[in-house]
Design a binder for this molecule. Sequence first.
Ligand SMILES: [Ca+2]
Ligand SMILES: [Ca+2]
Length: 98
Amino acid sequence: MGIISYQSSEVNVQVLLQDVNDNAPEFSQQRYRYTLPESAPVGTTVLSVSAQDSDSGINGQFRYYMENSYFAVNPYTGEITTTKPLITRPRVRTPLLW
Ligand SMILES: [Ca+2]
Ligand SMILES: [Ca+2]
């Protein structure tokens, strides 16, 4: 009767999951509302919007963007500022009296 000898070895297995870009960024609020005076100078910070993306790495990166001639948003911080005077008062010509 022979002796059966077992031999064994081990290996570490590491499984990496590659993230799929399956989440769109979402704003933390559905609506932002802010009142500012019409006299606000150019460059006034109105408010900051905020969004999150649940994906990781490059799939979770996004930029802020808005199309508006009076306001601009910082693509990285979400800070919205005024880009031009909010009201242009019509020049009132003083009537001349002769
Ligand atoms: Ca994403
Ligand atoms: Ca994902």
